[in-house]
Design a protein around this ligand. Structure first.
Ligand code: FUL
Length: 459
């Protein structure tokens, strides 16, 4: 009997409880959401270009010039782990067509180089090191191939698919596959030395290419081509827009979050004359706030040296960068603050969900409230210079604009953020000059529907 009463009470409580807001499409897949939580991972550009001081090999550089003498993929993995990277994407083949594994698809590969007397396989070495160091592994395989005689003809497409097949079959789980966007132009092409143009959306049969990847790696993200699941941010400077929606694509309105790719040096490949041009700590921190802080993932490139290691300057700088960011965002000043909102949907959608440390709970407003304010009262005045906001993006990205106000000794004032404050998405971090506050207020001015905010922190 007691049990019956209890069940009835629970059922009644649930029935009287408001429904969750309806999703606003598009919404992310579970895989896209997991990918977005990675936030930072590394790129490695390494290949024939490394040994010939080039960025875009023409496709005729001899394979014999590939000879790293102290190659150590564990040094790469350890370095990347030490600077907080969650994974690494390797240029298994760049535009010059040279393959870092002993592919059956072309002779232009590592087995015809002096490295380990032709027995080497860098895709294997790095994927093994990643497993050992707890990093995810991804692959870049350039569709453009300036070496292949049949590039531009139907036969090359089968060759390209074979390369993808080999790379997706033999090296364990992949978290991302990169089809680069640079396509067609001049090249060696087996000695033809000419310019070949292709229609990159049609030529490569990207549907098939994607199917090959996903059939073995169903959770992998696809970068590039018409069926991509993550998109290029549009520049290689390390900057996402202050307004950054996850539903902007060339072809439609699918959820396609942005990835910010940028090199720690000016070039993607190593050049000795860039040893003094490694990005400064301040530049790297700006890049972080302008990528991860603007609802995008950061893909930070490390050009491996001809020796076969990550250069000590790059390694030291990136570790310093990681520690700086960790320090800046380590102590949440809103933990324990009193939270109040002007509108709450009720039940499990209360405002206090934004600082309960649980990404699965969120503050939601009523259906007619596509705006709202939330305030935090601190026990004692605190100095802050950064606010982080996260939407519950499982139900879609909503916020279109917001701003911050602070209160000190009873006076309210607007906080001048460095960035324009428009979209939020999975994560938005805004910076401002340090201010001392008793209270913080966030005004969400406009949204595509009721607000769904899962987390708010300040530092
Ligand atoms: C570009 C390429 O052309 C560059 O060489 C580099 O690989 C970069 C990540 O993508 O499209």
């Amino acid at each position: 009997m007691k049990r019956l009463i209890l069940t009835t009470v629970i059922v009644l409580a649930l029935a009287s409880c408001t429904k969750a807001p309806s999703p606003i499409y598009p919404i992310p897949t579970a895989e896209q959401l997991a990918w977005q939580k990675l936030e930072t991972y590394a790129f490695i550009h390494f290949g024939l270009n490394t040994f010939n001081d080039m960025e875009w090999g023409y496709g005729n550089t001899p394979a014999a010039t590939f000879n790293p003498e102290n190659l150590d993929c564990e040094q790469w993995a350890a370095t990347l782990k030490n600077c907080g990277m969650k994974g690494v994407i390797l240029t298994a083949k760049h535009h010059d067509g040279f393959c870092l594994w002993s592919t059956k698809s072309t002779d232009y590969n590592i087995s015809n180089s002096p490295y380990k007397n032709g027995e080497g396989d860098i895709v294997r070495e790095l994927s093994d090191a990643c497993r050992k160091y707890g990093l995810l592994f991804g692959i870049y395989c350039s569709p453009w191939d300036r070496n292949n005689a049949r590039y531009g003809y139907p036969e090359y497409v089968a060759t390209y698919h074979q390369q993808i097949q080999e790379l997706t079959s033999n090296y364990g789980p992949l978290f991302e596959f990169w089809f680069d966007g640079a396509n067609g132009g001049d090249g060696y092409y087996g000695g033809a030395n000419e310019t070949r143009e292709i229609d990159h959306n049609k030529y490569y049969d990207y549907q098939r290419a994607k199917d090959i990847v996903l059939s073995q790696h169903p959770t992998a993200m696809i970068f590039g081509g018409p069926y991509e699941t993550v998109r290029w941010v549009g520049n290689e400077k390390g900057i996402a827009g202050t307004t950054n929606w996850c539903n902007v694509t060339e072809t439609g309105s699918a959820w396609t979050p942005a990835e910010v790719d940028v090199s720690i040096r000016p070039g993607w490949f190593y050049h000795e004359n860039e040893d003094g041009k490694v990005k400064t700590l301040a530049e790297l921190c700006d890049i972080y706030y302008q990528s991860v802080g603007r609802n995008a993932n950061l893909l930070l490139n490390f050009p491996v040296t001809p020796d076969g290691t990550i250069h000590p300057i790059d390694s030291a700088r990136s570790v310093e960068f990681y520690h700086t960011i960790c320090n800046e965002l380590s102590h949440n000043l809103l933990a324990g603050a009193k939270v109040k909102a002007d509108n709450e949907r009720g039940c499990r959608f209360s405002a206090s969900n934004v600082n309960d440390n649980n990404p699965e709970t969120y503050w939601a407003t009523d259906d007619e409230n596509d705006f709202g304010t939330i305030s935090f009262s601190m026990d004692k005045p605190v100095m802050m210079s950064r606010v982080m906001i996260q939407e519950y993006v499982k139900l879609g990205q909503r916020v279109k604009s917001f701003y911050l106000e602070g209160e000190k000794d009873g006076n309210w004032f607007r906080i001048n953020t460095f960035d324009e404050t428009t979209t939020v998405g999975y994560k938005r971090i805004v910076r401002f000059n340090p201010v001392e506050l008793d209270k913080l207020m966030i005004y969400f001015e406009e949204s595509r529907g009721p607000l769904c905010i899962s987390n708010i922190e300040a530092y």
